[in-house]
Design a protein around this ligand. Structure first.
Ligand SMILES: [Zn+2]
Length: 103
C-alpha cells in the first residue's frame, strides 16, 4: 500500500519486520547498500589481521574472499539478486485503489 516499499532502519540483530508499520501489509526485508566507516582507519589489506573478512565482486551476486577468515565465497540467491535489482530500478507506479481497471 506504501508505493510497494517502505524504508525502516533496523539493527542487524533485530528481528525482521514482518508487517508494514503504516499499512499493516506483509513485508519482506531487503538489505540496502550501506556505507560505513570502520573506526581506526583500517586499510583494506590490514582488515584480515584485524578480524575482518574482505570480499571482491566476482560476478553478479558472487563475491570472492580477498582476506580474512570468513567464507571463501558469498553468493546471493536468485531472490537476493532480484531484490537488489528491484531496489536499483525506479519505483513502480502507485497502485490506485480508486481506479476501475479490471485487468
Ligand atoms: Zn505499508
Amino acid at each position: 500500500m506504501c508505493e510497494g516499499r517502505v524504508d525502516v532502519i533496523q539493527g542487524v540483530n533485530e528481528e525482521t519486520l514482518k508487517h508494514c508499520p503504516w499499512c499493516g501489509l506483509e513485508v519482506r526485508r531487503i538489505v540496502s547498500r550501506a556505507t560505513f566507516k570502520i573506526a581506526g582507519a583500517i586499510t583494506k589489506d590490514g582488515a584480515g589481521k584485524k578480524g575482518f573478512t574482505t570480499f571482491r565482486r566476482a560476478e553478479k551476486g558472487i563475491w570472492e574472499k580477498t582476506d580474512g577468515e570468513g567464507p571463501d565465497v558469498l553468493s546471493g540467491t536468485k531472490d537476493d539478486i532480484a531484490a537488489v535489482d528491484a531496489e536499483k530500478a525506479p519505483p513502480k507506479k502507485v497502485i490506485d485503489l480508486d481506479s476501475s481497471d479490471s485487468d
